[in-house]
Write a protein that binds this ligand. Structure first.
Ligand SMILES: [Zn+2]
Length: 232
């Protein structure tokens, strides 16, 4: 079971996590909350692989955008270096133009966390402007985008469903002739298409701005998605 921290404890937990991993999630949370106050209402949970299948994932909790789970399992982040997710943030890394970026696991924790904060910021903006109806529409639009992916769901979710045979997922695909090799190729195509979804590009752009501010205090990101929550 996931334990939601008390508000006052939240920051301390993030700082401890940063201390252990070398990441900067506490600073990124502050940066995003300053620019988009709605972000401060999101709970950040640190989970680890030992807590079971439900909690060993890195994810934003839909449909309310109220929780981001960060896994402390470094194996998850290794996928960004030499695994399935190695192409995921290529555009973002290029935009940041920092030669050493990605050499440490901590960089991937920062990048993926900043990206999720981008989704939360977008949802906060929609909620402020259009209320819960706006959130419902946002989620319906997201479902539609996912449904059009080759595997009809986010890549890591498909990978997990195959691995755990969730609801007979692997058995079903195997009955249609999917071998592990074919599925791997599908995962790669799925990731490519996923990376290009409008909501993902928008969250990436937010992450680029948040990371820039983290690295060098740059605040002049005119025209970027980082400022979008101040524009309503
Ligand atoms: Zn995303």
């Amino acid at each position: 079971m996931l334990i939601v921290p008390e508000p006052g404890v939240q920051h301390k937990i993030l700082e401890e996590f940063d201390h252990e991993t070398g990441a900067h999630v506490a600073d990124l949370y502050d940066i995003a909350s300053t620019v988009c106050p709605g972000v401060a209402e999101t709970t950040i949970l640190i989970t680890d692989a030992d807590e079971g299948a439900e909690s060993d994932t890195y994810t934003l909790h839909y449909p309310d955008y109220d929780i981001i789970s960060i896994t402390s399992d470094v194996e998850f982040y290794r996928q960004f270096t030499n695994g399935l997710l190695s192409q995921r943030f290529i555009r973002l890394v290029k935009a940041l133009n920092k030669p050493d970026l990605g050499k440490n696991i901590a960089d991937w924790i920062d990048v993926s966390f900043a990206h999720e904060l981008g989704h939360v910021a977008a949802a906060a903006r929609v909620r402020t402007a259009y209320g819960e109806n706006g959130i419902n529409e946002l989620n319906a639009n997201l479902s539609k985008q996912y449904f059009n992916l080759p595997l009809a769901m986010p890549t890591t979710e498909a990978q997990r469903s195959w691995h755990n045979n969730t609801g007979g997922y692997r058995t079903y695909l195997e009955s249609y002739g999917y071998t592990p090799e074919v599925f791997k190729a599908m995962l790669e195509q799925n990731l490519k298409n996923y990376t290009e979804l409008p909501t993902e590009i928008s969250a990436d752009n937010f992450a680029i701005s948040a990371m820039r501010r983290l690295y060098d205090g740059t605040t002049t990101d005119q025209g970027s998605d980082f400022l979008f929550c101040m524009q309503i």
